[in-house]
Design a protein around this ligand. Structure first.
Ligand SMILES: CCCCCCCCCCCCC[C@@H](O)CC(=O)SCCNC(=O)CCNC(=O)[C@H](O)C(C)(C)COP(=O)(O)OP(=O)(O)OC[C@H]1O[C@@H](n2cnc3c(N)ncnc32)[C@H](O)[C@@H]1OP(=O)(O)O
Ligand SMILES: NC(=O)c1ccc[n+]([C@@H]2O[C@H](COP(=O)([O-])OP(=O)(O)OC[C@H]3O[C@@H](n4cnc5c(N)ncnc54)[C@H](O)[C@@H]3O)[C@@H](O)[C@H]2O)c1
Length: 271
């Protein structure tokens, strides 16, 4: 017998939902019964994701219980605020699950990295998560609803990696942004727990998506040689064939009992 739909009463907002990981998360949450609000800078990609969820893809939103696509640049304060307003207008409630997945890379060695490449990565990967987390938390607190906020960091953002190396060459901007996500999320968890809002960071390892297609093959070859203690998940394939390769949860501060979440269920358990 199929397991009961664990998220049948949830409304899940996923940013970066038009990309590899965000699409896979949106598909999985919908499979667990959640109504989906798929947001992306690329509105067409968000609508494609909604088609995968089986809902009428529209930017104007869809009747309660269906899924809907939204276009927004999460790094822009007004857009993040409008996104939460549009989601609430569309579904008549704030999202009970918010997954901030939108992210970019602008890889370059520190010696040559432009200020613009630094600013862009921090703006999307860190400030974008601040803006969406704040807008979502404000909506939940003002409506007195509990919720779960899940911010996607990266194994690269981990202060101390499990193997001899720390950080990742060519990613001082990206690593800083992802380490910042962990700190932001842990502090938000301390503030929002009293409102019944849980906050967790998830740190995926290497997952083949459009983001990783820019990595030179000689670097990929080196990565594959690295040992990994990440957990490997047998999980969602999306239409483009992106699969989770590994997923590691770093800061798990569920209100229930931090540290008890096992990585494969952390994403769902946090919802
Ligand atoms: C505990 C769990 C572990 C999981 C398994 C281990 C995986 C560890 C990494 C996980 C990655 C996940 C990241 C994820 O969050 C998503 C991404 O961020 S994907 C993008 C990742 N980006 C990179 O790794 C940067 C790759 N490098 C580049 O894009 C270019 O090298 C660049 C920085 C733009 C510089 O280009 P340029 O043409 O100037 O130089 P080269 O490419 O010729 O490189 C010069 C030499 O440096 C070596 N190099 C470059 N980058 C790396 C690297 N990241 N790690 C190791 N070595 C690197 C390159 O091989 C060259 O060496 P050589 O002179 O010997 O040829
Ligand atoms: N792929 C990996 O190996 C890996 C590993 C660890 C962490 N991550 C993180 O997971 C998240 C998703 O990565 P992915 O591999 O699916 O990348 P991806 O490039 O496939 O998807 C990223 C999505 O975010 C969207 N986006 C970018 N800027 C945006 C903005 N300003 N506003 C709204 N949407 C925006 C893009 O349009 C894209 O659809 C990122 O935060 C990334 O840093 C990826």
């Amino acid at each position: 017998m199929a397991s009961p739909l664990r998220l049948r009463s949830a409304l899940a907002l996923v940013t970066g939902a038009g990309g590899g990981i965000g699409r896979a998360i949106s598909v999985r949450l919908a499979a667990e019964g959640a109504a989906g609000a798929a947001c992306d800078l690329d509105g067409a990609a968000a609508r494609e994701t909604v088609q995968l969820l089986g809902g009428p893809g529209t930017e104007e939103g869809a009747p309660r219980g269906a899924h809907a696509a939204f276009q927004a640049d999460v790094s822009e304060a007004g857009a993040a605020r409008r996104l939460l307003e549009q989601v609430q207008a569309c579904f008549s409630r704030p999202p009970s699950v918010v997954v901030s997945c939108a992210g970019i890379t602008r890889d370059e060695f520190l010696l040559h990295m432009s200020e613009d490449n630094w600013d862009k990565v921090i703006a999307v990967n860190l400030k974008g998560i601040f803006l969406v987390t704040q807008a979502a938390a404000q909506a939940l607190v003002s409506s007195g609803c509990p919720g779960s906020i899940i911010n996607i960091s990266s194994i690269i953002g981990k202060v101390r990696l499990s193997w001899e190396e720390v950080g990742n060459m060519g990613q001082t901007n990206y690593a800083a942004s992802k380490a910042g996500v962990i700190g932001l999320t842990q502090s938000a968890a301390r503030e929002l727990g009293r409102h019944g809002i849980r906050c967790n960071s998830v740190l995926p390892g290497f997952i083949r998506t459009p983001m990783t297609q820019k990595v030179p093959q000689k670097v990929l070859d080196k990565m594959w040689q690295m040992s990994s203690h990440s957990w490997h998940l047998k999980t969602v394939d999306t239409s483009q064939g992106y699969q989770w390769k590994s997923l590691e949860v770093f800061s798990c501060n569920c209100l229930k009992d931090p540290g008890l979440c096992s990585p494969p269920t952390a994403l769902l358990a946090s919802c």
